[in-house]
Write a protein that binds this ligand. Structure first.
Ligand code: S3P
Length: 421
């Protein structure tokens, strides 16, 4: 059983953006509740290498911004290592496309398999010279930027990372850029940029960005990461007598898909004390053990609102009566692992009934879980999802490795231990 209350670690997406946008703005700011996960520290290291003074003190970060055109390279070809972080590489490509120096981006084995053409193509259209493996689809990728034009782009994939990359490049364009999303995705870049003085207008799926001379950073409070809260939320929903209060969770409308799904599945979840901080909705979430869960269908516009939570929602579905169908989610194949395969195979291995689909999966509930040794593929969200399976499994669920959890949730096992009664 999980019992207790806790303050949630900072949101990964917002922490990345806080470093990037503060670095390319004028002024010294403070970022509080910054996520000290490995991914966000990769972003910090990249910007330090471009001459930005970033001080870290506990979970507060002070950034002395260089302004829109103040990033520097001390090398002929600046080497930037993004580690495991898809958000770092895709967003930074948009910024590097606007710089007058040459840079090469490298990352770990998982990053080396993830598609970058989705950013390379539109950035090339804006005038950036980009080369790399498989026509600059895969790392290492070299960018020679500067002198960008504007872009008028209808995105073929639903991706906040691609959208953000193009918005950032548009700051360096020579005219107004128009970007149209396929499905509405997380909008933290738009919110933060606007508060830093960018000329950006959003109308449903349409985004209009005008280049500006300068941005000015402000102090930022990073709300708790709903994608990390998700593991504890599901843990509480499925283990008997649980009741957990998660404080300061980011509740941006583009991120709360998991709350909608839990409600549809008959789970007990309540939002308390909602407020707005730095343009982002924040609130406390109370979750209780829910023995009468029912299956549901998750598809279409809902997918981007919970894309990172699908592995843990799939585990929840094993406790629900009937089928849970997840469709329109082929993006799962190009995450830190192929999350359709890693979820379905591991679920079946521990006793669930899961069927792989081309663009998702079906989970047939309710099934008892007998445990077993699962493969995480070094994917942090797979590792955390299956560690939660331990709360309800007859025998232990053993992870081949759990080090990857530090990517997004440092202190995860300590917290789980503290809540376990
Ligand atoms: C993120 C966007 C999503 C998400 C990722 C973080 C972001 O990726 O899966 O973990 O911070 O913009 P896509 O934009 O590729 O869907």
């Amino acid at each position: 059983m999980l019992k207790g209350s806790f303050e949630l670690i900072g949101d990964k997406s917002i922490s990345h953006r806080a470093i990037m946008l503060s670095s390319i703005s004028k002024g010294k700011n403070k970022i509080s509740n910054f996520l000290m996960g490995e991914d966000c520290l990769s972003t910090v290291n990249c910007f330090r290498k471009m001459g930005v003074d970033i001080e870290i003190n506990n979970n507060e970060v002070y950034v002395s911004g260089k302004g829109l055109r103040g990033l520097k390279s001390l090398e002929d070809n600046l080497l930037l290592d993004v580690g495991n972080s898809g958000t770092t590489i895709r967003l930074i490509m948009g910024i590097l496309a606007g710089q007058n120096f040459k840079s090469t981006i490298v990352g770990d084995e998982s990053i080396g398999k993830r598609p970058m053409k989705r950013v390379t193509d539109p950035l090339r259209e804006m005038g950036a010279i980009i080369s790399g493996k498989d026509d600059a689809n895969l790392t290492p990728i070299t960018i020679e930027g500067g002198n960008l034009t504007n872009i008028n782009y209808h995105m073929p994939v639903s991706s906040a990372q691609v959208k953000s990359s193009l918005i950032l490049a548009s700051l360096y364009g020579n005219n107004t850029s128009f970007i149209r999303e396929k499905v509405r995705s997380r909008n933290h870049t738009e919110i933060m940029l606007k508060s830093f003085g960018a000329d950006i207008e959003v109308n449903d799926l349409d985004i209009k960005v005008n280049p500006v001379d300068e941005l000015f950073n402000k102090d930022i409070y990073v709300p708790g990461d709903i994608s990390s809260a998700a593991f504890i939320m599901v843990g509480a929903l499925i283990s008997e007598n649980s009741e957990v209060l998660i404080k300061n969770v980011g509740l941006n409308n583009t991120r709360v898909g998991i709350i909608e799904v839990i409600k549809k599945m008959n789970g007990s979840i309540e939002i308390i004390d909602e407020k707005e901080i730095c343009g982002e909705k924040v609130g406390n979430i109370l979750v209780k053990y829910s023995p009468n869960l029912i299956g549901t269908t998750i598809d279409k516009d809902l997918i981007p609102k919970l894309i990172d939570e699908i592995p843990i929602i799939a585990l929840l579905a094993t406790r629900a009566e009937g089928d849970t169908i997840i469709k329109d989610a082929s993006e799962l194949k190009v995450k830190e692992s192929n999350r359709i395969k890693s979820v379905v195979n591991n679920l079946n291995l521990i006793g669930a009934k899961a069927i792989e689909l081309e663009d998702g999966m079906i989970i047939k509930g309710k099934t008892p879980l007998h445990g077993g040794k699962i493969q995480t593929f070094n994917d942090h969200r797979i590792a955390m999802s299956f560690s939660i399976a331990n709360l309800i499994s007859n025998n232990e669920v053993i992870l081949d490795s759990d080090k990857c959890i530090d990517i997004s949730f440092p202190g995860y096992f300590n917290l789980l231990k503290k809540l376990s009664k």
